[in-house]
Design a protein around this ligand. Structure first.
Ligand code: NI
Length: 262
Protein backbone atom coordinates (compact mmCIF):
# COMPACT_ATOMS: atom_id res chain seq x y z
CA UNK A 1 0.00 0.00 0.00
CA UNK A 2 1.27 3.49 -0.91
CA UNK A 3 1.27 6.20 1.72
CA UNK A 4 -0.84 9.30 1.02
CA UNK A 5 0.39 11.62 3.75
CA UNK A 6 3.35 13.89 4.47
CA UNK A 7 3.96 15.98 7.58
CA UNK A 8 4.79 19.66 7.23
CA UNK A 9 8.03 21.07 8.65
CA UNK A 10 5.93 22.77 11.35
CA UNK A 11 4.39 19.41 12.39
CA UNK A 12 7.83 17.76 12.53
CA UNK A 13 9.19 20.63 14.66
CA UNK A 14 6.13 20.40 16.95
CA UNK A 15 6.73 16.67 17.53
CA UNK A 16 10.38 17.17 18.44
CA UNK A 17 9.60 20.13 20.71
CA UNK A 18 6.50 18.74 22.50
CA UNK A 19 7.04 14.96 22.33
CA UNK A 20 3.69 14.29 20.65
CA UNK A 21 1.63 15.19 17.59
CA UNK A 22 -2.06 14.87 16.71
CA UNK A 23 -3.43 14.67 13.16
CA UNK A 24 -7.05 14.45 12.08
CA UNK A 25 -6.92 11.79 9.34
CA UNK A 26 -4.46 8.93 8.94
CA UNK A 27 -6.76 6.82 6.75
CA UNK A 28 -10.14 6.84 5.01
CA UNK A 29 -13.57 6.45 6.68
CA UNK A 30 -14.01 3.28 4.61
CA UNK A 31 -10.86 1.69 6.04
CA UNK A 32 -11.83 2.76 9.56
CA UNK A 33 -15.16 0.93 9.22
CA UNK A 34 -13.36 -2.18 7.89
CA UNK A 35 -10.79 -2.05 10.74
CA UNK A 36 -13.58 -1.72 13.29
CA UNK A 37 -15.18 -4.96 12.08
CA UNK A 38 -11.90 -6.87 12.35
CA UNK A 39 -11.20 -5.33 15.74
CA UNK A 40 -14.57 -6.29 17.22
CA UNK A 41 -14.29 -9.81 15.82
CA UNK A 42 -10.86 -10.36 17.41
CA UNK A 43 -12.05 -9.22 20.84
CA UNK A 44 -15.28 -11.27 20.55
CA UNK A 45 -13.23 -14.36 19.66
CA UNK A 46 -10.75 -13.63 22.48
CA UNK A 47 -8.00 -13.97 19.89
CA UNK A 48 -4.59 -14.64 21.43
CA UNK A 49 -5.95 -15.46 24.89
CA UNK A 50 -4.20 -18.85 25.22
CA UNK A 51 -0.82 -17.54 24.09
CA UNK A 52 -0.98 -14.70 26.62
CA UNK A 53 -1.54 -12.16 23.82
CA UNK A 54 -5.02 -11.13 25.03
CA UNK A 55 -5.37 -10.04 28.63
CA UNK A 56 -6.72 -7.40 30.98
CA UNK A 57 -4.28 -4.50 31.15
CA UNK A 58 -5.88 -3.04 34.29
CA UNK A 59 -7.06 -6.10 36.27
CA UNK A 60 -5.80 -9.41 37.66
CA UNK A 61 -7.01 -11.14 34.48
CA UNK A 62 -8.67 -14.12 36.18
CA UNK A 63 -10.50 -16.59 33.96
CA UNK A 64 -14.22 -15.78 33.78
CA UNK A 65 -13.84 -12.22 35.09
CA UNK A 66 -14.86 -9.44 32.71
CA UNK A 67 -11.84 -7.41 31.62
CA UNK A 68 -11.96 -3.67 32.34
CA UNK A 69 -9.22 -2.84 29.83
CA UNK A 70 -8.78 -5.76 27.40
CA UNK A 71 -5.69 -5.68 25.22
CA UNK A 72 -4.55 -7.81 22.25
CA UNK A 73 -0.85 -7.93 21.41
CA UNK A 74 -0.13 -8.37 17.69
CA UNK A 75 -3.70 -8.42 16.31
CA UNK A 76 -2.09 -8.86 12.86
CA UNK A 77 -1.16 -12.39 13.92
CA UNK A 78 -4.88 -13.23 14.15
CA UNK A 79 -6.02 -11.07 11.20
CA UNK A 80 -3.17 -11.08 8.61
CA UNK A 81 -5.07 -8.59 6.42
CA UNK A 82 -4.00 -5.92 8.92
CA UNK A 83 -0.48 -6.08 7.42
CA UNK A 84 -1.57 -4.21 4.30
CA UNK A 85 -3.52 -1.15 5.37
CA UNK A 86 -3.41 2.52 4.48
CA UNK A 87 -3.16 3.43 8.15
CA UNK A 88 -0.01 1.29 8.45
CA UNK A 89 1.50 2.80 5.28
CA UNK A 90 0.74 6.33 6.46
CA UNK A 91 1.94 5.86 10.04
CA UNK A 92 5.16 4.28 8.70
CA UNK A 93 5.68 7.24 6.35
CA UNK A 94 5.27 9.62 9.29
CA UNK A 95 7.61 7.51 11.46
CA UNK A 96 10.29 7.83 8.75
CA UNK A 97 9.88 11.60 8.77
CA UNK A 98 10.12 11.76 12.57
CA UNK A 99 12.74 9.08 13.33
CA UNK A 100 14.75 8.82 10.11
CA UNK A 101 14.37 6.99 6.80
CA UNK A 102 15.55 3.70 8.30
CA UNK A 103 12.54 3.53 10.68
CA UNK A 104 10.47 0.38 10.27
CA UNK A 105 7.34 -1.29 11.66
CA UNK A 106 8.01 -2.89 15.06
CA UNK A 107 4.61 -4.21 16.14
CA UNK A 108 1.08 -3.34 17.13
CA UNK A 109 -1.57 -3.80 19.76
CA UNK A 110 -5.21 -3.01 20.41
CA UNK A 111 -6.64 -1.55 23.63
CA UNK A 112 -10.40 -1.64 24.10
CA UNK A 113 -12.32 0.36 26.68
CA UNK A 114 -15.74 -1.32 26.94
CA UNK A 115 -18.79 0.98 27.06
CA UNK A 116 -19.60 2.47 30.50
CA UNK A 117 -16.87 0.67 32.43
CA UNK A 118 -13.62 0.77 30.46
CA UNK A 119 -10.92 1.63 32.99
CA UNK A 120 -8.49 4.52 32.77
CA UNK A 121 -4.98 3.83 31.44
CA UNK A 122 -2.90 5.54 34.14
CA UNK A 123 -0.06 7.98 33.39
CA UNK A 124 3.00 6.11 32.16
CA UNK A 125 5.99 6.12 29.83
CA UNK A 126 5.95 3.23 27.32
CA UNK A 127 9.69 2.64 27.75
CA UNK A 128 8.99 1.59 31.38
CA UNK A 129 7.63 -1.70 29.95
CA UNK A 130 10.72 -2.42 27.85
CA UNK A 131 14.22 -3.87 28.24
CA UNK A 132 16.22 -1.42 30.40
CA UNK A 133 19.51 -2.46 28.75
CA UNK A 134 18.58 -0.94 25.38
CA UNK A 135 18.48 2.61 23.99
CA UNK A 136 15.42 3.32 21.84
CA UNK A 137 14.50 5.47 18.86
CA UNK A 138 10.80 4.63 18.68
CA UNK A 139 7.35 6.10 18.42
CA UNK A 140 3.79 4.89 18.78
CA UNK A 141 0.87 5.85 16.57
CA UNK A 142 -2.46 5.70 18.45
CA UNK A 143 -5.50 5.47 16.17
CA UNK A 144 -9.11 5.62 17.46
CA UNK A 145 -11.62 3.66 15.35
CA UNK A 146 -14.47 5.92 16.47
CA UNK A 147 -14.42 9.48 17.71
CA UNK A 148 -12.13 9.80 20.75
CA UNK A 149 -13.17 12.44 23.28
CA UNK A 150 -13.00 13.33 26.97
CA UNK A 151 -16.00 11.16 27.77
CA UNK A 152 -14.81 7.90 26.16
CA UNK A 153 -11.05 8.04 26.78
CA UNK A 154 -9.06 10.18 24.33
CA UNK A 155 -5.28 10.49 24.60
CA UNK A 156 -3.67 12.99 27.01
CA UNK A 157 0.00 14.03 27.01
CA UNK A 158 2.35 16.10 29.14
CA UNK A 159 4.12 18.37 26.64
CA UNK A 160 7.91 18.20 26.82
CA UNK A 161 7.93 15.04 28.97
CA UNK A 162 9.79 13.14 26.23
CA UNK A 163 12.94 14.88 27.55
CA UNK A 164 12.67 13.09 30.93
CA UNK A 165 14.53 9.94 31.90
CA UNK A 166 12.35 6.90 32.59
CA UNK A 167 11.14 7.48 36.15
CA UNK A 168 9.88 4.82 38.62
CA UNK A 169 6.61 3.01 37.87
CA UNK A 170 4.56 0.38 39.70
CA UNK A 171 1.88 -2.13 38.70
CA UNK A 172 -1.61 -0.58 38.78
CA UNK A 173 -3.01 -0.70 42.37
CA UNK A 174 0.46 -1.97 43.41
CA UNK A 175 -0.84 -5.41 42.41
CA UNK A 176 1.94 -7.46 40.72
CA UNK A 177 -0.75 -9.62 39.03
CA UNK A 178 -1.69 -6.57 36.91
CA UNK A 179 0.24 -6.01 33.69
CA UNK A 180 -0.47 -2.27 33.39
CA UNK A 181 2.00 0.23 34.84
CA UNK A 182 1.48 3.59 36.50
CA UNK A 183 4.13 6.20 37.14
CA UNK A 184 4.86 6.73 40.86
CA UNK A 185 4.65 10.54 40.78
CA UNK A 186 2.95 12.85 38.32
CA UNK A 187 2.13 16.53 38.04
CA UNK A 188 -0.64 16.55 35.44
CA UNK A 189 -1.37 20.29 35.67
CA UNK A 190 0.04 20.88 32.16
CA UNK A 191 -1.66 17.85 30.55
CA UNK A 192 -3.11 18.36 27.06
CA UNK A 193 -6.12 16.35 25.81
CA UNK A 194 -6.18 15.29 22.14
CA UNK A 195 -9.76 14.59 21.01
CA UNK A 196 -9.78 13.03 17.53
CA UNK A 197 -12.24 12.06 14.81
CA UNK A 198 -12.42 8.37 13.79
CA UNK A 199 -9.23 7.44 11.93
CA UNK A 200 -7.21 10.35 13.31
CA UNK A 201 -3.94 9.61 15.09
CA UNK A 202 -1.64 10.79 17.83
CA UNK A 203 2.09 10.09 17.82
CA UNK A 204 4.28 9.93 20.93
CA UNK A 205 7.77 8.91 21.94
CA UNK A 206 8.79 6.17 24.40
CA UNK A 207 9.26 8.61 27.30
CA UNK A 208 6.34 10.96 26.57
CA UNK A 209 3.99 10.80 29.57
CA UNK A 210 0.48 9.82 28.46
CA UNK A 211 -2.87 8.81 29.92
CA UNK A 212 -6.41 7.99 28.78
CA UNK A 213 -9.47 8.48 31.04
CA UNK A 214 -12.15 5.83 31.65
CA UNK A 215 -14.91 5.26 29.10
CA UNK A 216 -18.10 6.77 30.51
CA UNK A 217 -19.91 6.65 27.15
CA UNK A 218 -22.37 4.12 25.72
CA UNK A 219 -20.06 2.97 22.91
CA UNK A 220 -16.81 0.97 23.10
CA UNK A 221 -13.62 3.02 22.72
CA UNK A 222 -11.38 1.18 20.31
CA UNK A 223 -7.73 2.19 19.95
CA UNK A 224 -5.36 0.56 17.46
CA UNK A 225 -1.69 1.26 18.19
CA UNK A 226 1.22 0.77 15.79
CA UNK A 227 4.88 0.94 16.84
CA UNK A 228 7.84 2.00 14.69
CA UNK A 229 11.53 2.52 15.26
CA UNK A 230 15.13 2.02 14.27
CA UNK A 231 17.07 -0.94 15.75
CA UNK A 232 17.61 -0.49 19.50
CA UNK A 233 21.21 -0.08 20.67
CA UNK A 234 22.87 -1.51 23.78
CA UNK A 235 23.07 1.10 26.54
CA UNK A 236 26.37 1.93 28.17
CA UNK A 237 24.82 3.02 31.49
CA UNK A 238 22.72 0.35 33.25
CA UNK A 239 19.15 0.87 34.46
CA UNK A 240 16.95 -1.27 36.70
CA UNK A 241 13.22 -1.40 35.90
CA UNK A 242 12.53 -3.34 39.12
CA UNK A 243 8.76 -2.87 38.66
CA UNK A 244 8.83 -5.40 35.82
CA UNK A 245 10.87 -7.98 37.76
CA UNK A 246 8.19 -7.96 40.48
CA UNK A 247 5.34 -8.82 38.08
CA UNK A 248 3.49 -12.14 38.28
CA UNK A 249 0.75 -11.98 35.67
CA UNK A 250 -1.70 -14.67 34.54
CA UNK A 251 -0.86 -13.62 30.95
CA UNK A 252 2.79 -14.58 31.44
CA UNK A 253 1.75 -17.88 32.99
CA UNK A 254 -0.44 -18.69 29.96
CA UNK A 255 2.40 -17.75 27.59
CA UNK A 256 4.83 -20.02 29.44
CA UNK A 257 2.33 -22.86 29.53
CA UNK A 258 1.79 -22.80 25.79
CA UNK A 259 5.56 -22.64 25.22
CA UNK A 260 5.92 -25.76 27.41
CA UNK A 261 7.96 -23.93 30.06
CA UNK A 262 5.58 -24.82 32.92
NI1 NI B 1 1.34 3.73 26.50
Amino acid sequence: MQSTIKLTDAQIAFYHREGYLAIDAITTPKEVAWLREIYDRLFAQRAGREEGNQFDLAGADEEGAEASLPQILLPVKYAPELANTLCRANTLAIAKQLLGPEAEYHGEHAILKPAFHGAETPWHQDEAYWDPDLEYNELSAWIPLQEANLENGCMHFIPGSHQLEVTPHHSINHDPRIHGLEIDEIDAAKAVACPLPPGGATFHGPRTLHYTPPNRSAIPRRAYILGFGTPAKKRTTPRDFYWNRQKQTAREERAQRIQGKI
